[in-house]
Design a protein around this ligand. Structure first.
Ligand SMILES: *[C@@H]1O[C@H](CO)[C@@H](O)[C@H](O)[C@H]1NC(C)=O
Ligand SMILES: *[C@@H]1O[C@H](CO)[C@@H](O)[C@H](O)[C@H]1NC(C)=O
Ligand SMILES: *[C@@H]1O[C@H](CO)[C@@H](O)[C@H](O)[C@H]1NC(C)=O
Ligand SMILES: *[C@@H]1O[C@H](CO)[C@@H](O)[C@H](O)[C@H]1NC(C)=O
Length: 409
């Protein structure tokens, strides 16, 4: 009788043990994804994978507040501010701004080595911006076909100033700005268009793999076939239609990637063809899904503006074609953004293996526009390794960032 009873207890506690353990969702090898993940010792449960910014913050001993910020042209953008569990904020405002196709979650995808959490743990007051068009933005005043009618021009002239006004009013403190990729393009637009205004908000700027001139872009983004396709599209489809298009959900691609080992290999190579590959760090298989899911919202006009930037070898306003340009800009060719208006003190960080924002283009900007207190640094990364690397983070990347912030904040 007692024996039977203990058997039942044993049975149920065993049952509980199995089911209180979360199901493995990532693997340390790509092959692992095609095995039974729950019995494969290479696979484990990453609580961050399906978590949003707020949940990830909690997973790493922090809280994320949401702030609703209105732009001058009536978009509502959600900006996150990290705080300690005891409700206190850090000191020294650091504002992180994401790049194309992603949002603030990109700064939270590397566990306790996520840029956002790392800086908050170092004691800084970390804010994370979200551009219009992301999951953290809305605009009631727009018709569907106007929704995607923006590029890094609008990010720089509306989204950033709205954030800066709000944050400086709230904290009574100027901002240390870190812009990754298009986050750098946007602040370059702001500085080149309204330099005095920008300086009232921004104490210091770090361009992290930022894109301005894209004369040496390599890999998939510079395939002629893609650029020709854009040209073809522009000839055959009215711009008004193109600039009204965007994608918000590319998650269907994920099941395609995982349909077979061969497909997955193509998907993982895609990261290298687009973002860059070479010596140094390679994204680890357990980060693949985090990285893949960080790509979400893409506006066609944003992509067109970048294609034009690559094609024209210039950093200039959106090209609407000669007739429209004449009406909008009073010039057949779109006006360039004047990088000589960038501040006297900035830092440029480029990845040695970055195909998108290349070493050559960074040095071109540095040599052409550099002022007395400009600094430039190389790290062994491609375009997105900052978000997923464990190998060089403590050696190459974070010390550089900390030194710069401490010096300039
Ligand atoms: C709140 O937490 C932070 C981070 O753990 C700590 O540095 C700070 O001293 C705490 N402040 C108070 C008032 O408890
Ligand atoms: C950071 O995360 C890693 C991996 O999850 C863990 O091994 C390490 O102990 C954590 N470090 C801190 C300081 O929390
Ligand atoms: C995106 O599409 C997938 C199917 O491909 C669907 O399961 C998911 O719910 C969609 N997500 C959103 C936010 O609409
Ligand atoms: C950078 O330069 C601007 C304008 O010249 C100045 O206002 C600002 O204080 C400087 N920032 C630092 C950290 O030196």
């Amino acid at each position: 009788m007692y024996r039977n009873f203990s058997f039942i207890i044993l049975f149920f506690s065993g049952f509980g043990l199995v089911y209180s353990k979360e199901l493995a969702n990532v693997c340390e090898s790509y092959d692992g994804y095609f095995t039974d993940k729950n019995t494969n010792p290479e696979c484990f449960y990453d609580p961050d994978l399906d978590a949003n910014v707020e949940q990830r913050a909690v997973n790493h001993g922090l809280l994320a507040e949401k702030h609703y910020i209105r732009t001058e042209d009536s978009w509502i953008l959600i900006t996150f501010r990290l705080k300690n569990l005891n409700g206190t904020y850090g000191k020294g405002v650091v504002f992180l701004q994401h790049g194309l196709g992603t949002d603030a979650t990109s700064f939270t995808g590397n566990g306790n080595k996520s840029i956002a959490f790392f800086l908050a743990k170092q004691g800084y007051d970390v804010w994370l911006g979200n551009f219009r068009g992301t999951d953290f933005s809305s605009s009631q005043n727009l018709q569907n076909k106007q929704f995607w009618d923006f590029s890094y021009h609008e990010h720089g002239l509306y989204d950033l100033p709205a954030n800066f006004k709000y944050i400086t009013a709230k904290t009574k403190s100027k901002i240390y700005y870190i812009g990754h990729s298009m986050g750098g393009s946007a602040i370059a637009v702001y500085f080149s268009t309204k330099p005095e205004e920008a300086l009232t908000f921004v104490k210091y700027t770090t361009f992290l793999c930022a894109t301005t001139y894209m004369r040496h872009t390599k890999g998939l983004l510079n395939f002629n076939i893609i650029n020709n396709l854009y040209a073809l599209l522009l000839n055959w489809i009215p711009q008004a239609v193109l600039t009204g298009l965007g994608f918000t959900n590319i998650s269907g691609l994920e099941s395609m990637c995982f349909a077979s080992r061969e497909n997955l290999r193509v998907c993982t190579r895609l990261n290298e063809y687009v973002a860059g590959s070479g010596v140094g760090y390679k994204m680890s298989p357990e980060k693949f899904l985090l990285a893949w899911r960080a790509i979400k919202n893409l506006g066609v006009k944003q992509m067109l503006h970048f294609a034009q930037t690559i094609h024209s070898r210039d950093f200039r306003m959106f090209d609407y074609g000669p007739r429209q340009n004449m009406i909008r800009y009073n010039s057949i060719i779109p006006p360039p953004y004047d990088l000589s208006k960038l501040p006297t003190n900035i830092t440029l960080i480029y990845g040695a293996n970055d195909y998108i924002s290349t070493k050559e283009d960074t040095l071109y900007v540095f040599n052409k526009y550099g002022k007395r207190n400009w600094e430039v640094y190389e790290i062994p990364y491609n375009h997105v390794d900052h978000f997923y690397d464990y190998k060089y983070a403590d050696k190459a990347f974070f010390p550089l960032l900390l030194k710069s912030i401490n010096k300039h904040i």
